[in-house]
Design a protein around this ligand. Structure first.
Ligand code: HEM
Length: 465
């Protein structure tokens, strides 16, 4: 089987004018990149608001994200409108407030809790498979919409122990799609030197954010009412963990507003990202039928005709590596921004306080000097000892250091489960004439969607030895 090189925007060979750069970035942050961006260690970009650096060199990335992370707090100017949605939630906070929030949130995502929510993930996955079964063989499905539906349903069920109703889901998707667009555009205007209060769209962004927060807040209020009524219902969901959480240092608990802020973070950070990478993973598999067949055989061997159980997860090595490889090629968070707070020497540059640093999983994970055949889809590279160093130093889809993704294990479990279940019951083929176009705004998506043909598996199980 030949190598499959999936789509990536064509890098520019020559320098763009500042105006063209803003136009390109406004469209997508990965369509402004140059050939050189994929092989340089440290890049510098001038913008009307401030100077920015792209850090690709692993030891510098480690300095920014891990060793000296206190000196490089999260920059919220890129998406300051996120506050409308997330308030002072853990995704946007910094310093002592952020540390307190992590202390209180981490236990809700430890291994035991993730095992507790496995059955909720499985129900949502089975319902997705049911939706697929209702279509005729070979129908073209909008896969990215389906993965958004299933991951939103999973995070909703794991937070509240109840499914996301279709009408609520539609309202949230519409509001969030519009919000994302406005928040990203505002970040670009800020970089172009337009003050926040003049940025177009703030009013509209707040309105969309209120729709989403309103829905999430209702779930919190229902639970508080239930508790106040004295009805005892044993729940092992995320909301129950947050209600129990106590900061070991101050003894404080989350207030009602804190709960809504954190749930907004978890809901949005926890479904949009997983939905994006799952859709890409299925597209990659559709273009490598041989790997798809191996994944089918693995699922049959792991759980066959019964429901998958938590204990089966460790048998799904290929599902894990396909998911990891999709995360390498299409990291949902393609750029992370940090503010420099002190003067620092990086290679031949003097970074000054107030300047901005970008660490880009998209660039680092496709870097010509850090990976072999960087643009090729090859899940087996993760079991090849020759790529160990790349995996160790140039793989960060969930970031690294203290601000590493809170939901990384949750997302891995969810991704592997969905891929294994879908591969067990269906197979996917590309649609002639449809090539997805990756664009990165707040998250990485396909501009023209991801469409695939879906077939039910009817053949006898393969013999697995
Ligand atoms: C494949 C799926 C996911 C990917 C690729 C991903 C990636 C990331 C990345 C790169 C960051 C760091 C962003 C930055 O520092 O600028 C992050 C932070 C975060 N993620 Fe995820 N994420 C995923 C799924 C999830 C899930 C399922 C949850 C929760 C259920 C979650 C919750 C969070 C939270 C709360 C933060 C903020 C952590 C902090 O700042 O302390 N993520 N994620």
């Amino acid at each position: 089987m030949n190598d499959f090189i999936p789509p990536k925007p064509k890098p520019h060979a020559r320098k763009l004018s500042p105006l063209r750069r803003i136009i390109e970035v406004r469209h997508s942050s990965i369509s402004v990149l140059y050939d050189r961006s994929y092989s340089m260690h440290l890049g510098e970009v001038w913008t009307p608001s401030r100077k920015c650096y792209f850090v690709n060199q692993p030891d510098l990335v480690n300095r920014v994200l891990v060793k000296e992370s206190d000196l490089y707090p999260k920059s919220i100017s890129m998406g300051s409108m996120l506050e409308y949605l997330m308030g002072t939630g853990v995704f946007v906070s910094n310093g002592a407030l952020w540390r307190k929030q992590r202390r209180m949130l981490d236990p809700a995502f430890d291994q035991a809790r993730i095992r507790d929510v496995f059955p909720l993930m499985r129900v949502a996955t089975e319902e997705m498979a049911e939706r697929f079964r209702r279509h005729a063989d070979g129908d073209v499905l909008a896969i990215d919409e389906e993965t958004t539906h299933v991951t939103a349903d999973i995070i909703f069920r794991t937070i509240y122990s109840k499914p996301l109703e279709s009408e609520e889901a539609r309202r949230i998707f519409r509001a969030f799609g519009r919000f994302q667009e406005l928040a990203y555009a505002q970040g670009v205007w800020r970089m172009a030197g337009v003050p926040a209060w003049l940025s177009p769209g703030r009013f509209f962004a707040r309105r969309q954010a209120n729709v989403i927060r309103g829905l999430l807040e209702r779930g919190v209020q229902d639970r508080l009412d239930e508790l106040a009524s004295g009805v005892k219902v044993e729940r092992r969901d995320i909301l129950a963990s947050l209600l129990e959480a106590v900061d070991p240092e101050s003894g404080e608990k989350f207030t009602r507003k804190d709960l809504v802020d954190q749930i907004s973070v978890l809901f949005l950070a926890g479904h949009e990202t997983s939905a994006s990478v799952l859709a890409w993973a299925l597209y990659l598999l559709a273009n490598r039928p041989d790997i798809q067949e191996r994944l089918y055989a693995e699922s049959v061997a792991a759980f066959g005709d019964r429901q998958p159980e938590f204990r089966d997860m460790r048998k799904l090595r290929l599902a894990r590596d396909v998911f990891r490889e999709a995360l390498r090629l299409y990291p949902p968070v393609s750029f992370m921004s940090r503010d420099a707070t002190q003067t620092a020497r990086m290679r031949d540059k003097q970074v000054k306080p107030g300047e901005m640093i970008f660490v880009s999983p998209w660039l680092i994970q496709r870097h010509a000097k850090l990976w072999e055949r960087p643009d090729v889809f090859d899940p087996d590279r993760f079991s090849d000892p020759a790529s160990r160093e790349s995996q160790r130093s140039a793989y960060l889809p969930f970031s690294a250091g203290p601000r590493v993704c809170l939901g990384a294990s949750f997302a891995m479990q969810e991704g592997m489960l969905i891929l294994a279940c879908l591969a067990r019951h269906f197979h996917f083929e590309p649609v002639q004439g449809h090539t997805p176009k990756p664009i990165a705004r707040l998250t990485l998506r396909s501009e023209n969607g991801i469409r695939l043909r879906v077939f039910k598996r009817t053949a006898a199980l393969p013999s697995v030895t």
